[in-house]
Design a protein around this ligand. Structure first.
Ligand code: GLU
Length: 207
């Protein structure tokens, strides 16, 4: 279970997310990625290897201006540590991004159902299922996340970002750590407290 950082606030999200991920490097990881709302779209960059690999990829096409974003460092449980399996994962339309720590135990049965329903799953991960399950639901994002989580078995934390509500990040915690940092006009979600400490010392652990 590795690193999660999400940012919503007035500043540019990318440097804050990368700094947060750096502060979680002590946990170990095999790949890293970010998703940011930039203009009307989602910008997703992910790479196998250390954060330096991700930063090199970002140097070529640095998405700037987004003040809502999230990043992840992965420790592979489902699928090899490749660029494709790195998080964030997207739905078919590329409108919903999900990062995830932990394991979704009923992954096989959910994957089979999604494939039967015509979803194109591109990675080997359990994480990607969540984006496609969300895609299949209507209504406010929070309700879609609640309904989707009811279908998942396992111990995990998730963060969801959707272009349907681009100024919101939704965090989910089921037996895997997630904390909320309350900063000056900004909110940060993370899998552990060190990720927040560059921005705030007001930390709310999610029960
Ligand atoms: N099970 C997920 C995967 O293999 C998340 C692993 C993690 O906690 O980093 O991608």
């Amino acid at each position: 279970m590795c690193g999660i950082v999400g940012y919503v606030g007035p500043d540019e999200a990318l440097p804050i997310v990368i700094e947060g991920l750096r502060r979680l490097e002590y946990r170990g990881y095999d790949s890293a990625g970010v998703a940011l709302v930039v203009g009307d779209g989602l910008s997703v960059v992910k790479r196998a290897g250390k954060l330096g690999e991700l930063e090199r990829a970002l140097d070529g096409a640095r998405p700037s201006g987004g003040s809502v974003g999230m990043g992840h460092t992965r420790w592979a449980t489902h699928g090899a540590p490749t660029d494709l399996n790195a998080h964030p994962h997207l739905d078919c339309a590329g409108r919903i991004a999900v990062i995830h720590n932990g394991i979704i135990e009923n992954f096989q049965e959910l994957r089979e159902r999604l494939e039967k329903d015509g979803h194109a799953l591109v990675s080997e991960t359990d994480t990607e299922l969540v984006a496609h399950l969300l895609e299949g639901r209507d209504g406010p994002l929070l309700e879609r996340v609640r309904a989707t989580v009811r279908e998942l078995e396992g111990a995990y934390s998730l963060v969801v970002l959707s272009l349907d509500e681009p100024d919101v990040l939704i965090g989910v915690k089921v037996s895997s750590p997630l904390v909320v940092g309350l900063g000056d006009g900004e909110t940060i979600l993370a899998s552990d407290i060190p990720a927040l400490l560059g921005r705030t010392t007001k930390v709310v652990p999610v029960d």
